[in-house]
Design a protein around this ligand. Structure first.
Ligand SMILES: Nc1nc2c(ncn2[C@@H]2O[C@H](COP(=O)(O)OP(=O)(O)O)[C@@H](O)[C@H]2O)c(=O)[nH]1
Ligand SMILES: [Mg+2]
Length: 416
């Protein structure tokens, strides 16, 4: 069994070439039109017709012009000849599909075939790759070194793109467009961040209410502050809770009140709260704890509003956990701002190493942060918010990542 390809200027010519060499009983396996020569086989060149034919008899010498016609003989599993002595075309196709040599040749010749669709698709893909490259390059080339690296490091702290741009612009103004990532660079970054972190510690007087999502640490924060104000500063503090959703919640604060040695009351309804607050007027500072509200639930927010309207608090703390994802943090603020948030308390700073979202939130909301909490211990794990604390936490993390990334680059260099 021999398989050969014949090429002619017309299909007829190609077929007669096959027949003249392999005999009249030749089996035509495939025919196709293709362009030969030209630039990369794509442009220009001559249109020719190719016939792939198979026959059993031994080859006759031929002077016909052939192209790529030396195909290895097929393996021994030749299809059985039918009653006319010719193998079934389906069987031959099956053998062809199993023969890697032939598949490889077919692939090569397919690549040189002119196919207008493939060509335009190819051009389209090339254009798309070009566009993508330009886009990527524009993104990267936006900042000269080392600001490109700084942008990456700030993004890994989950600062928004907008914040990163502002910070870098400010850094470039102070440090120039080319500088080293040395100690003075990091100090400058700390200073830039300090200007974005607004803090304010309310004077401990009047009524302060604590709102925020469930489990962020509201009750613990109320206890920490009560202890701090009463035990450290000798202020006359009273605790009130409107969190009657879980019995344990009221008991949690009651226990703290007993330990600290200050009065405590539970308000089940806004009316009760109004009554309690009137009675409690003589206390210098009243801290009101609320139930963890699902910030996505309008019902919960409306319930909270009813208590808020009665409380007429001087300070409304929105307590948010530092481990909350950027988007959820902004969403929690967006939902809660209608209750008239005046300050933030950021909790669980000990549980994360990513501080960008907190800095973004302060900038976007223009609400100052009053306290940071960094552990479960009452009353120790709370501190008054200072811009430098948050700025330094972020800068320390950025420096660490920079060290790690330059260490990796150095290792790679030595490996080479
Ligand atoms: N690691 C850590 N855990 C905290 C912090 N503040 C509160 N927690 C814990 O978070 C959990 C929920 O606190 P809780 O005050 O009951 O949250 P609430 O539902 O908002 O009142 C408790 O296990 C607290 O001990 C903090 O700053 N760091
Ligand atoms: Mg609570």
């Amino acid at each position: 069994m021999r398989i050969k390809r014949y090429v002619g200027r017309t299909m007829k010519e190609a077929l007669s070439l096959a027949r003249s060499e392999l005999g009249e009983d030749v089996l035509i396996l495939s025919t196709r039109k293709l362009r030969r020569g030209g630039f990369l086989g794509l442009f220009g060149g001559e249109v020719v017709f190719e016939v792939t034919a198979a026959a059993e008899e031994s080859p006759k010498p031929s002077k016909s012009f052939q192209y790529q016609n030396t195909v290895k003989p097929l393996p021994t599993q030749v299809p059985p000849a039918d009653k006319h002595g010719t193998a079934s075309i389906y069987q031959l196709r099956e053998i062809l599909s199993k023969n890697p040599e032939i598949r490889k040749e077919e692939k090569t010749s397919r690549n040189t075939q002119t196919n207008p669709t493939t060509h335009s698709e190819l051009e389209e893909i090339k254009d798309m790759i070009g566009d993508l490259q330009r886009l990527v390059l524009r993104g990267k080339a936006q900042y000269p070194p080392p600001y490109d690296l700084l942008a990456e490091l700030l993004e890994s702290q989950e600062l928004s793109r907008d914040s990163v741009e502002r910070i870098i612009r400010s850094m470039m103004m102070h440090c120039g467009s080319h500088c080293e990532m040395d100690e003075s660079f990091w100090n400058q970054l700390t200073d830039v961040l300090i200007t974005t972190v607004r803090t304010d510690i309310p004077f401990p007087k009047g009524k302060a209410i604590f709102v925020g999502p469930t489990g962020v640490g509201k009750t613990t924060t109320v206890a920490k502050l009560a202890a701090k104000y009463h035990l450290d500063m000798g202020i006359d503090v009273m605790l009130v809770t409107v969190d009657t959703f879980r019995i344990a919640a009221a008991d949690q604060l009651r226990t703290y009140a007993e330990l600290i040695g200050i009065p405590f009351a539970v308000a089940y309804t806004p009316k009760e709260l109004s009554y309690i607050l009137k009675e409690a007027e003589e206390h210098k500072l009243i801290l009101i704890d609320t139930a963890g509200k699902n910030p996505h639930s309008e019902l919960h927010i409306n319930e909270l509003m009813a208590f808020m309207n009665v409380a007429e608090a001087d300070v409304v703390y929105l307590v948010l956990s530092a481990v909350t994802r950027h988007r959820d943090l902004l969403e929690a603020y967006r939902r809660m701002k209608k209750v008239g948030v005046t300050h933030f308390v950021f909790t669980k700073l000990d549980e994360t190493r990513v501080f960008g979202p907190l800095i973004d939130l302060i900038r976007i909301s223009r609400v100052p942060v009053a306290y940071f909490t960094n552990g479960q211990r009452v009353p120790d794990d709370i501190e008054e918010a200072k811009p430098k604390v948050l700025a330094s936490l972020l800068v320390e993390e950025v420096k660490e990542s920079e060290k790690r990334s330059s260490g990796r680059t150095e290792e790679k260099r030595q490996d080479r």
